[in-house]
Write a new protein. Structure first.
Lengths: 812, 147
């Protein structure tokens, strides 16, 4: 390949087949080889081959992207990768010509493969020796032992694209492609060959029972992929009529992508005839997967509520438990669906926003216990902490800035994730990633894989800001600019000035002129805010305060840590499941700078234009007092209006949680007070203003909870409770946090010391099990696990001071 | 006549109430400011007319109770609920401050929106009017709707 300084697409396909089915070392050699032969010269074709065959990509997503390519020479080849059957003579001719432009062997092989399809008569003008050679080649066997851990059918299906010339792989791919597509009319577009192959493959699987036990002809043992296709074929044959609804529900745990593959008309038939509520729920889920519309989402929410309220005492956990016993995948799908935003819209069951978070916490807790996964239990606990903090804040959360988290993560999944995971897989990291600084202004033109990852992340942030349906631009437009900005800021001022009680004042010419000048500028201010400033910066909105670029040092720093977290997540998990959520979290962090800029801008404008002053020297003395009262009242109103408007430009509390350290302390004290009726300590603390973001504050909350709970349990319930937090720099930067509490009157300091020292010794492995949430052993366990460090106790006459350190990595 | 006004903007609400009470002083007016409130109300009551904002919060904001979800198409949610409750025949007018309405991920101008709502959701009793705080052009369609 190297010697010939060029290669056919056929050999590129073979190279990927070898790479995908070999060890990592061989894979790297293949990558080097592909670099050497400059496969980048056919970049788009090369990427298409890579993505269609990669075990890390979602095939249907890639297929859709490739199918929507523009009609040019390259795209004919791309489309033949996705659909190897030429549907017309013109298609065949265009594709053949395109292959001729790449290489003669590729054109020859395309001709030979197309001939099998027998869609129409193809001219036979191939050299007979070549034809014999091809027939000998096409009958070769492809034997590969797939690992039990993968979906064999899907892996084999992806491989069949790479070696389509082999007859067996051609037959398999032809039959499966005819079904495995989201084309609503695939049933009506099939060629006689496709119909015949489909019938051969699935004729013995004409009942749901047989689909459940599916074993395809030949060596291919294909669990979910094969069953999914068999199920869709079954629905075609029965026109969407399902008699055994229970078995259909069970099959949801043995199939995948049914919502995408099943035509709408069959879903509609099933919905119309559905008898059991489990089946109705499954069909509603499938319909929503198929079409993420307001109508289907509403129907799904309606049916969930009807079932939960009618049959399970409004308990979503009981509903999930029931579904888990029939079909675990249905339960798991619902757990994914039932995020905080979805739950907030279950209006029959969720009366307040925090109730949605509490329900989510219940679901996580149940699921964590079910599958014995502590991360879900942690997530449940953290959500409850968020509710507690929200109660402690005691504010009305009226942030108007918003991004629809479901639609944004869906966009990331659909448009970025496949490319991102391919790039991440190719970044060789034998050791754990470290934080690296990219030149974010230049990533879009970057050539290295890291820069390409950076470019994708940058694109995500741009979409987060600019998408007019679910991004900041949409909500800024609808909820602020076109909503109530001018109404809130201006209308009351106008009405105030029109009060009858001020008619006397306004009868004075100088005062009236002064006020009219001011109100004109004041009104203009809101027009400017709406039209020029509260906008996304671009060449049409050059004064826009929201920037989708990553230029400031703050944003660059955040973006570097986003990159680090993405690399780390992939390094640990080797899949992209967490990535959309990490990206969403960091987009909010990036955006926080713009929110701060907007808030400051608004208050500056308030200082410049929001205060009405009138020079009273030219005005009769008799009116001076009235003018002063007028100005005072008016300026109080404008101050309030600006305060309200400024408060809109905060991150909503459900996005990227954060909390002040002092607020954490107060929230824990409130929670403990709720458990101990007599716990009324005298609090001492400084409002340090330190804000902790992300997971870090849950750790600090946990540690504080242990210490304060102990103080309530063993100490003086009405004594002093002092909280101190300082930042220390040394080998690393960390918080030093201490809680001092008075000991109980019935104890002596020496007995308290002995008791604490005894608790600090000994085994703390089972601290979580035997002591629940409280206990010094749990504190030690947190220290051993690396969440906190340097736990120490100091004792003086009648008080105990517990101290710990918390290192902040960037996430804090 | 029972009129339900679903609106979370206090200024716009005041203007609406001024117009309604001026023209229909005997009408019984109910005001709701969130999707939650509207859904709960409509499950039990049947007003004669509905004046509906499009962009609404999921719940009324309340001290220490968390952040309501912003629903730019909250009005659509209420219309779909009405359809489920078989109350889609209640004459409804959407009074929106935005020049277009998002329906199933597509934007429709004010004139296009009623037929889109009819075609897509089967909602035949919905009209749409643009609300501009700086003029009174929206008043006549509202008073005519309430007749």
């Amino acid at each position: 390949m190297v010697r010939n300084e060029g290669v056919s697409l056929f050999l590129v396909r073979l190279a990927y087949l070898i790479k995908n089915r070999s060890d990592a070392e061989t894979g790297r050699k293949i990558d080097l080889l592909l670099d050497e032969i400059q496969v980048g010269n056919v970049r788009y074709l090369h990427l298409a081959i890579r993505e269609l065959s990669s075990p890390n990509t979602e095939y249907l997503n890639i297929r859709e992207k490739l199918n929507s390519a523009n009609e040019d020479d390259i795209s004919w080849i791309i489309k033949s990768f996705v659909d190897h059957i030429p549907r017309s003579e013109q298609d065949y001719a265009n594709t053949l010509n395109s292959y001729f432009g790449i290489s003669l062997i590729d054109a020859f092989l395309y001709h030979c493969v197309s001939e099998r399809a027998k869609t129409f008569e193809i001219p036979q003008n191939i050299d007979s020796n070549l034809a014999i050679e091809f027939r000998s080649f096409e009958s070769s066997e492809y034997n590969y032992s797939y690992s039990d851990e993968c979906d064999v059918g899907m892996e084999y299906f992806k491989d069949s694209f790479l070696l389509i010339e082999l007859r067996k792989l051609f037959d398999y791919r032809t039959s499966q492609c005819a079904i495995y597509s989201n084309d609503e009319n695939k049933e009506f577009k099939r060629t006689p060959l496709e119909k015949s192959l489909l019938e051969n493959f699935f004729s013995n699987h004409n009942t749901l029972e047989k689909i459940k036990e599916l074993r395809l002809p030949g060596v291919i043992d294909s669990p979910s992929f094969g069953r999914s296709n068999a199920l869709i074929y079954f629905l075609e044959k029965t026109d969407g009529v399902v008699e055994n609804e229970t078995l259909f529900v069970e099959l949801m745990s043995l199939t995948k992508d049914v919502g995408i593959l099943c035509p709408k008309r069959h879903l509609a038939t099933m919905a119309e005839n559905a008898q059991s509520y489990e089946f109705k729920l499954v069909i509603a889920c499938l319909a929503y997967i198929k079409s993420r519309t307001q109508s289907y989402e509403h129907d799904l929410r309606r049916i969930i509520q009807k079932i939960a309220v009618g049959r399970f005492d409004s308990s979503l956990v009981k509903l999930l438990e029931h579904l888990q016993s029939i079909s675990p995948s249905v339960s798991e799908h619902l757990i994914q669906c039932l995020d905080e935003t979805f739950l907030s819209k279950l209006f029959q069951m969720v009366t307040k926003p925090n109730a949605a978070i509490e329900k989510r916490a219940e679901i996580f807790e149940w699921y964590g216990h079910l599958i014995n996964d502590a991360t879900f239990l942690d997530r449940a606990k953290n959500l409850r902490i968020d509710v507690q903090i929200s109660k402690e804040k005691g504010t009305i959360d009226d942030a108007r800035v918003y991004v629809d988290p479901v639609k944004f993560t869906q966009w990331v999944n659909d448009n970025l994730l496949d490319n991102l995971t391919i790039l991440l897989a190719s970044i060789i990291t034998p050791t754990e990633p470290t934080v690296m600084a990219l030149q974010w202004e230049k990533v879009k033109a970057g050539m290295t894989e890291l820069e390409q990852v950076g470019a994708i992340l940058h694109l995500a942030y741009e979409e987060f800001c600019t998408n007019k349906k679910f991004g900041i631009a949409s909500y800024i437009g609808r909820r602020i600019r076109h909503g109530t900005l001018k109404g809130t800021g201006f209308n009351d001022i106008k009405m105030f000035a029109e009060r009858e009680s001020f008619h006397n004042l306004f009868s004075n010419h100088e005062f009236r002129e002064c006020f009219n000048r001011w109100i004109y500028e004041y009104e203009e201010l809101f027009d400017h805010l709406r039209d020029n400033y509260i906008q996304i910066f671009d060449k049409n909105k050059a004064e826009g305060l929201i920037s989708k670029d990553i230029r400031s040092s703050f944003k660059k720093n955040e973006a570097n840590h986003l990159l680090y977290d993405v690399l780390k997540s992939y390094y640990v998990n080797k899949n992209g499941l967490e990535l959309p959520y990490i990206i969403t979290e960091y987009c909010w962090r990036l955006f926080e700078e713009d929110l701060a800029i907007i808030r400051k801008f608004i208050m500056n404008k308030k200082a410049m234009h929001g205060v009405f002053l009138c020079d009273i020297n030219e005005i009769p003395r008799a009116l001076h007092r009235d003018i002063q009262d007028f100005c005072q009242e008016l300026n109080t109103i404008t101050a309030e209006k600006f305060r309200i408007i400024e408060s809109w430009f905060n991150k909503p509390s459900i996005a990227s949680p954060s909390a002040e350290l002092a607020l954490l302390f107060r929230a824990v004290v409130s929670e403990v007070k709720g458990l101990f009726g007599n716990f009324e300590p005298v609090l001492f603390m400084e409002e340090d203003g330190y804000v902790i973001k992300g997971g870090a504050y849950f750790v600090i909350y946990d540690a504080l909870y242990i210490l304060i709970n102990n103080a309530a349990t063993y100490g003086n319930p009405t004594g002093s409770l002092e909280f101190k937090a300082t930042i220390e720099n040394g080998k690393d930067t960390h918080f030093k946090i201490s809680i001092s509490s008075d000991i109980s009157a019935r104890d002596s300091i020496s007995s308290v010391r002995r008791s604490i020292e005894a608790s600090l010794e000994g085994d703390c492995e089972d601290a979580l099990i035997t002591e629940g949430r409280s206990g010094i052993k749990k504190l030690r366990r947190m220290e051993q696990d690396g969440y906190i460090r340097n736990v120490s106790y100091a004792f003086d006459n009648n008080s105990v001071t517990a101290t710990f350190e918390f290192i902040f990595d960037y996430q804090s | 006549m029972k009129i339900l006004v679903i609106e979370d903007d206090s200024h716009k609400l005041m203007r609406i109430l001024d117009i309604v009470t001026a023209h229909y002083p005997l009408a019984k007016i109910e005001h709701i400011d969130s999707v939650f409130g509207a859904v709960r109300y409509l499950s039990e009551e049947t007003p004669d007319r509905i004046i509906l904002d499009m962009s609404l919060p999921s719940h009324p904001p309340s001290v220490g109770e968390g952040s309501p979800v912003a629903m730019p198409a909250g009005g659509i949610e209420i219309l779909l609920e009405m359809r489920s409750l078989r109350k889609a025949n209640i004459p409804t007018i959407i009074l929106t401050q935005y020049p277009d309405i998002e329906i199933e991920d597509e934007y429709y101008t004010i004139p296009q929106a009623p037929s889109a709502l009819s075609k897509i959701f089967g909602l035949d009793n919905v009209n749409v009017v643009y609300y501009d705080a700086t003029n009174e052009e929206w008043v006549a369609p509202i008073t005519s709707f309430l007749k």
